[in-house]
Write a protein that binds this ligand. Sequence first.
Ligand code: UDX
Length: 458
Amino acid sequence: MNVTIIGTGYVGLVSGACFADFGHTVTCVDKDAAKVERLNAGEVPIYEPELDRLLEANRAVGRISFTTDPADAVGKADVVFLAVGTPSRRGGGHADLTYVYEATREVAALVKGYTVICTKSTVPVGTGDEVEAIVRQVAPDADVDVASNPEFLREGAAIGDFKRPDRVIVGAETERAIGVMRELYRPLFLNETPIIFTSRRTAELTKYAANAFLATKITFINEMADLCERVGANVQDVARGMGLDKRIGAKFLNAGPGYGGSCFPKDTLALAATANDYNSPVTIVDSVVEANARRKERMAQIVIEAAGGSVKDKTVAILGLTFKPLTDDMREAPSLTVVPMLQKAGAIVKGYDPEGMDEAAKQLDMHYASGTYEAIKGADVTVILTEWNEFRALDLLRVKAMMRGDVLVDLRNIYSADAAARAGLAYRSIGRTDAPAGVPAPHVSDAGRIDGQSLRKN
Ligand code: UDX
């Protein structure tokens, strides 16, 4: 089949590479001439494991190409995917659909023969209807069906998620469009991936519902982590105990510094905005958004508390700046809240990230180290903010020896209090009172604070 993808962002590029790998002939269109030139020269503008290899292999056999000119690509396409950005509009949280509608107008004028125009970007309920209206207005005689095929891939695991998804959701209103989409995803029939056909509006809402639910799950366990600290319990054990219940599931129950990224923050806001528009508020999602924003600020406070109440003139090493490992994406990363707050409190902040330093440097004015131990060297406090593998394998004795101080704040709970104590580090993790078996639960003072909970040392 001939597949054309408008937009070479994260979703567009990964979808293009994977559809080409399925055996389709893919053309990716982008207005950014420099980007297209780089892609045609074999450069990959984002960091995503396996993507460069997949693009190269399919480019070499002519199954994927890149262009700024949509005319030819759209004319011969069986399916045109709209994979352009849908950022949050300023104020109100609605998704900005300018790019989607612009692309629709352009594509509608160029289609030839029967074509499915399909949104892959996350778009609010009703966008497909609007896309269809634009097509009918621009090209009343065009033989077009409009479908919705939301993408659920995660950054850092995008290729695997696309090629072995839990499910594919297709919102299509005609048998003909259903037939085309079924053919497109035929390679997934081999591994028995469920392909769910729904109405267009249902598909659009499903994507938001899934993302908001996952954001809720994370926020729930984050609040449980806070409560664990108060009552003297261990959030990892709570999560394990909850997660083994098949109705709950073990995934997305890792307490951390709050969710970030290009999807959860934007999509929770957009869902809440849509719900308000339809006078059917999603109050849970409203509180998730609020709690997550508070959480990122709370992380800076935790660092300050762990440093003994002040970070003034202290050097704080931040390990991990991106919103999660295996990406260079800084969008809505907790570091964007934590670093400026620590600086405001007087800290000298030194950051290091295996892939995200170039992106980080555009947004965070701080010292950048060239490696993990280079960041740690001379620090009073070391903070693990993103759980990159190389931070999971730290030599804690070396960490202690290289630091000026001895405080390790582990906001991803990757170390144990015992291991940190053995290295002579004062250790603060989240949601774990970390009391070894047999040690009485911490005393909760009248103020509701746990005495002696926050830092343990041998
Ligand atoms: C997410 C969805 O998972 C994906 O289906 C959708 O298409 C896009 O949004 P992504 O943003 O790439 O994917 O990353 P994900 O792995 O879901 O993590 C999102 C955020 O949640 C990160 O900040 C991560 O650190 C945080 N998170 C995730 C937790 O804090 N705890 C968890 O248990 C899981």
